[in-house]
Design a protein around this ligand. Sequence first.
Ligand SMILES: [Zn+2]
Ligand SMILES: [Zn+2]
Length: 281
Amino acid sequence: MDPFRERADKSDMQLVLEKSEKPKVDDRKMWIRIGARSGHTLLSLFVISSICINKHSTIYLSATNGDMFELISFAVLVTLTYLFYLTASLMDPGYVPIQSEENESDRITLIKSEQGYYCRWCDQNQPLRSKHCRDCGRCVRRFDHHCPWLGNCVGERNHRVFLLFLLFEDFLILRCIQMLWEAIYPAEDIIEWIQYNGILCVSAVILLIGALAVSALLCCHIYLVLHGLTTWEHVSHGKITYLRRWPEDNSPFNFGYCKNCYVFCCYCSTQNWEKYLKTLT
Ligand SMILES: [Zn+2]
Ligand SMILES: [Zn+2]
């Protein structure tokens, strides 16, 4: 009998329940994902169009005067940002392939080592730095976090694209704030001022919240990349077996700022992280 099964007796009923309820949960999660992507698209369209069709905005005035540079450069920025969003949202974040046949002796060794590299939901061995995502229902390599805004996990394969999305989104938000500030019409009467600038004020609130959230997230991810960590490893440092004996903000995968950036940006294939751990133990 599989020794893991013996140890996991207590959670067998839970597993049966989860499996029987899976179709309903999947449907709900699919709609949440569609809602998040549609919400992002509609919110972006509302803010961008509220600025671009405003008759006092520099982009509208320059386009009507035949100077298309501002409009084209802004359109390029919007397109790139949305492409990075869609790519990070729709691409495989690094799902661990489901293996139908597993080597029993390897499985037993991993359980005996008590490193916890086994996923009971996927019923298979789990590579180092991977974590099972309940929202995606799969183990994700070099798991960072599940992003509800993307409706997808951020993992080994799409982390770079996610960082690019944050960078471009931040540029776009700051550019929108600048254009919105220039578009405000200085009417003297308060009613007239609201008539001209009411929609811009709604966009300004959305942009300010977005600027704070995206800038904070961008800074956090730059910090994590520099330290060779993921969000999950940083938040759960003390609970992760392979990080316990390492001081906080450090890990066996911290090769120094330059090499961390190089590994993050240039290593496109999936990494054998076990190899790095073995060389250090
Ligand atoms: Zn799993
Ligand atoms: Zn996920």
